[in-house]
Design a protein around this ligand. Structure first.
Ligand code: FEO
Ligand code: CA
Ligand code: CA
Ligand code: CA
Length: 594
């Protein structure tokens, strides 16, 4: 790193050096606080957290486990307050329960885990003149949604045979949302939540589609099938079809039932980030986070309406039910022989090329030979297989630049690329045994989000800058921070891209980075923070005066348990490790990075 607090506007901070400290490390001149921890009370009547006496009832009114995606929405009429929405991706029982017996979980432990999954809505209050945030417990908008909350299924596959179960013969009401990883915030004031690795909750899969989605054939690790037979696919083979969707939540209406949007397809949804066409129709970009899986978009046929009346809000809550689902096929433009799997840069100067969006289904009409529209929505991966979509290196979060319209896709890694029997390198996924990942930059033709074609290039090829296979948009590599395993992406108010990492393979902890995408400093990547032992950095939000991150699964290290913790974060020795949201601000009160 340069060591100096120069840089693009918004990125003028001294980079944090790679480290393995068991804390959140921020640049000099910045301060931080823990906004909310796993188990903090948010609903009326919620008890204080006591890890030794936790109950399912308590957990259902407290902040959930393993915070991932975060959204902060404005709250009009309440000074210095915003609405925080968080995903709770999964539970790590061995770090939650003392003397946890993985072979024989108790009903109470399982029900605590059900209540610790899902979503939280919690109003947060800003302390005057700092960036410090604190939860406003018992606010009327505060909400928990978890594994036994009701969700409505909407869109073209709702009510179909593939979604019906004995408990829900109509195929329109699902209990629970699971494994919500990243997400998105819509221009009409709702949030989107990707149901990612839902396969792990279901036992005794047997169909070819179960296999394509990674559902195991035996018992699950958490053994939920012992306590609710819907998690046993021998009993309820369609229950698994009711997960793997994008959920839309209206955080301003605490009585609303969140919707699972079938028009956006079913796969391991990492994230879903919308933008609008010139005529106001939402386009949602979405990754399927699996090695060799696909990148998608949905183009709505309906226009967003502006305003805040009930009629307008109800209209906007139908936008993601009608439109066309597409999958991406990318073609490189360099001589094939130059893409040799080493990551050596091609002689035309860039890993780049063109792409097409292949339509899969529009409403009830399938565009995939041999599959009905309902099958396309429920078994979207198989539709992608049939049309020859490009097998990517684990598409994670995606974010369109609000300044340029270019779309940034985090491709986190793919250590199976080029292995025997697996796809080898291509120009968009140019390294075999890819440990460090890359960030792809996609420009829709004519900057029209509904276009059927696009140009693309690799913006970053991650890793140690001293590794010749890395690339930082052409910026001098001696001046950038090292980065590995990009996962979540977000833009700051200045148009810089921020990237958080999960599973970095360079010997230091995961963290958060900012990088300019335009101008002379395009590619100048700088590390803003690092997270504690075993943690992943999630949910970044970059506001003018505050950065918010979700510190997910701190202390998740082989052999760790409540009795033998490998991290002391956030509360120090002798206190249970707790996934938490952290706010960072400039101690002098000025804007971040200016
Ligand atoms: Fe839950 Fe793809 O990270
Ligand atoms: Ca090229
Ligand atoms: Ca993720
Ligand atoms: Ca991840």
């Amino acid at each position: 790193g340069s060591g100096k607090a120069d840089g693009a506007r918004g990125l003028r901070f001294t980079p944090v050096a790679p480290n393995t400290a068991d804390k959140v490390t921020v640049p000099s001149g910045y301060s931080q606080n823990v906004v909310i921890r796993w188990g903090e009370p948010i609903l009326r009547g919620a008890p204080a957290f006591d890890s030794e006496k936790q109950t399912a009832k308590a957990q259902a009114s407290q902040f959930g486990y393993n915070n991932d995606f975060l959204s902060l929405l404005p709250l009009r009429g309440e000074r210095d307050r915003q609405v925080l929405v968080a995903n709770h991706e999964y539970t790590d029982e061995v770090l939650m329960f003392r003397n946890y017996d993985a072979a024989n979980p108790t009903r109470e432990q399982v029900e605590i885990a059900w209540a610790a999954h899902g979503l939280s809505v919690v109003v947060v209050q800003e302390e005057h003149r700092t960036g410090r945030l604190a939860p406003v417990s018992r606010h009327h908008l505060n909400r928990r949604l978890h594994t036994t909350s009701a969700f409505q299924v909407t869109g073209p596959a709702a009510g179909g045979d593939l979604l019906r179960t004995s408990a829900d013969p109509e195929g329109r009401t699902v209990l629970g949302t699971l494994n919500n990883c990243a997400g998105g915030t819509t221009p009409w004031g709702t949030t989107l939540h990707g149901e990612e690795n839902f396969n792990q909750y279901f036992a005794n899969g047997s169909s070819a589609t179960d296999k394509r989605y990674g559902v195991g054939t035996g018992a699950t690790e958490r053994k939920w099938e012992r306590f609710d037979k819907r998690f046993d696919l021998k009993e309820e083979p369609n229950e698994v079809h009711r997960f793997g969707w994008v959920v839309e939540l209206d955080p301003y209406d605490p009585d609303s039932t969140p919707r699972k949007r079938t028009a956006l397809g079913r796969f391991k949804h990492e994230a879903a980030q919308p933008r609008l066409t010139a005529d106001g129709r939402p386009v949602v970009y979405m990754g399927d986070d699996e090695r060799f899986d696909y990148f998608y978009k949905f183009v709505s046929s309906k226009r967003m309406k502006k305003g805040n009346s009930r009629a307008v809000r109800e209209h906007n809550l139908t936008l993601l039910d009608e439109g066309t689902l597409y999958v991406a096929k990318l073609t490189g433009d360099s001589p094939a022989a130059e893409i040799d799997g080493t990551g050596k840069h091609p002689t035309d100067g860039e890993f780049d090329g063109s792409g097409v969006w292949i339509p899969l289904a529009t409403g009830d009409v399938s565009h995939v030979p041999g599959m009905t529209a309902e099958e396309v929505y429920v078994f979207t991966r198989l539709a992608g297989d049939k049309v020859g979509a490009t097998k990517m290196d684990r598409p994670e979060d995606v974010e369109p630049s609000p300044r340029t319209g270019r779309v940034y896709v985090a491709l986190t890694n793919n250590t199976d690329r080029g292995k025997p029997g697996k796809a080898g390198a291509d120009e968009a996924n140019p390294r075999n045994l890819n440990k460090h990942g890359q960030v792809l930059e996609l420009a829709e033709n004519w900057d029209d989000p509904s276009s059927d074609g696009f140009a693309w290039r690799l913006f970053l090829v991650a890793g140690d800058p001293n590794d010749p296979a890395t690339y930082f948009a052409g910026y001098p590599k001696e001046k950038v921070s090292q980065i590995s395993c990009p996962d979540n992406v977000a833009f700051d108010p200045h148009g810089n891209l921020w990237i958080s990492t999960d599973g970095a393979q360079l010997g230091s902890h995961d963290g958060l980075f900012g990088v300019a995408t335009q101008g002379e400093r395009r590619g100048e990547l700088k590390q803003f923070l690092t997270v504690p032992k075993g943690a992943e950095t999630c949910g970044p939000i970059i506001q003018d005066r505050r950065v918010l991150v979700a510190v997910q699964h701190p202390g998740e290290i082989d052999g760790a348990s409540v009795e033998n913790p490998k991290s002391e974060w956030p509360d120090g020795p002798g206190r249970i490790v707790r996934p938490s949201v952290v706010a960072v601000w400039r101690t002098d009160g000025r804007d971040i990075g200016v």
